[in-house]
Design a protein around this ligand. Structure first.
Ligand code: COA
Length: 170
C-alpha cells in the first residue's frame, strides 16, 4: 500500500468555505448524507458549524477541522465531532477525486488523537446510511464495531435506518 501524503488539519474558518465547496460540493459526497445541497445550503451548513451549538443547555461542544495536503495546501476534506454526554459523534467528508488513497484513514486516526484530549469522552460513535460502504469500511478498519440500534445513547446524527458504529477512545 503506498504511503499517504502528509496532511494538515486546521480549525474550520470562514475563509475555508470556497475551497471546501470546491472539494466537497458534489453529488458523490452527498449521495449517502442527505443528497446534494444547493451551494447556499452548503455554505449555511458550514456557517452553522462555525457558530457552534445552538444552546449551551445541551452541553454539546462541536469541533470542526479543514484537512489539506501539506505540500500543496489543497483543501481535501473536513472532519468534525459533536461531543456530549461523555461521547463524541464523528463525521468525515473528502474530495471524491482523492478517495481510496488512505487520507480518510489518516484523518480518522488524527481525530482519535484529538478526542483523547477530551477526558470526559469515553466512546466514539458514527452513524452511516446502510449503503455507505466506504464509510462503513473506514470505520471497521479503525476498530469500530456495529452497534445494535435498540438502546442507543442519544445520537444527534442518527436517523432511523442508519447503521451505527462505536469504539472506545483508547
Ligand atoms: C467515507 C469516505 C471518507 C471514505 O474515504 P476513502 O477514500 O474510501 O477512505 P480512505 O482514505 O481510508 O481510503 C481507503 C482505501 O484506500 C486504500 N489505501 C490506499 N493507500 C492507503 C494508505 N496509505 N492507507 C490506508 N488506505 C490506503 C485502502 O486500501 C482502501 O481501499 P479499499 O476501499 O479498496 O479497501 C469517503 O468515501 C467520503 O468522503 N464519502 C462522502 C462523505 C460521507 O459519506 N461521509 C461519511 C458519513 S459522515
Amino acid at each position: 500500500m503506498p504511503m499517504a501524503a502528509k496532511l494538515l488539519y486546521t480549525p474550520l474558518e470562514e475563509r475555508d468555505i470556497d475551497e471546501l465547496a470546491y472539494a466537497l460540493h458534489s453529488e458523490a459526497v452527498y449521495q449517502y448524507i442527505g443528497g446534494m445541497p444547493s451551494r447556499a445550503d452548503f455554505d449555511q451548513w458550514l456557517h452553522h458549524s462555525l457558530a457552534g451549538p445552538p444552546s449551551k443547555a445541551t452541553g454539546e461542544r462541536w469541533i470542526s477541522f479543514t484537512v489539506r495536503l501539506t505540500e500543496s495546501r489543497e483543501v481535501i476534506g473536513r472532519l468534525e465531532a459533536n461531543i456530549h454526554n461523555h461521547l463524541a459523534e464523528i463525521a468525515f467528508l473528502y474530495n471524491p477525486r482523492l478517495w481510496g488513497r488512505g487520507y480518510a484513514s489518516q484523518g480518522l486516526l488524527w481525530l482519535h488523537g484529538q478526542l483523547r484530549e477530551y477526558k470526559d469522552v469515553r466512546s466514539l460513535w458514527a452513524t452511516t446510511h446502510p449503503e455507505n460502504q466506504r464509510s462503513a469500511s473506514l470505520l471497521l478498519r479503525h476498530g469500530y464495531v456495529p452497534a445494535a440500534t435498540q438502546g442507543l445513547p442519544v445520537l444527534y446524527s442518527y436517523e432511523g435506518g442508519d447503521h451505527v458504529f462505536t469504539r472506545s477512545v483508547a
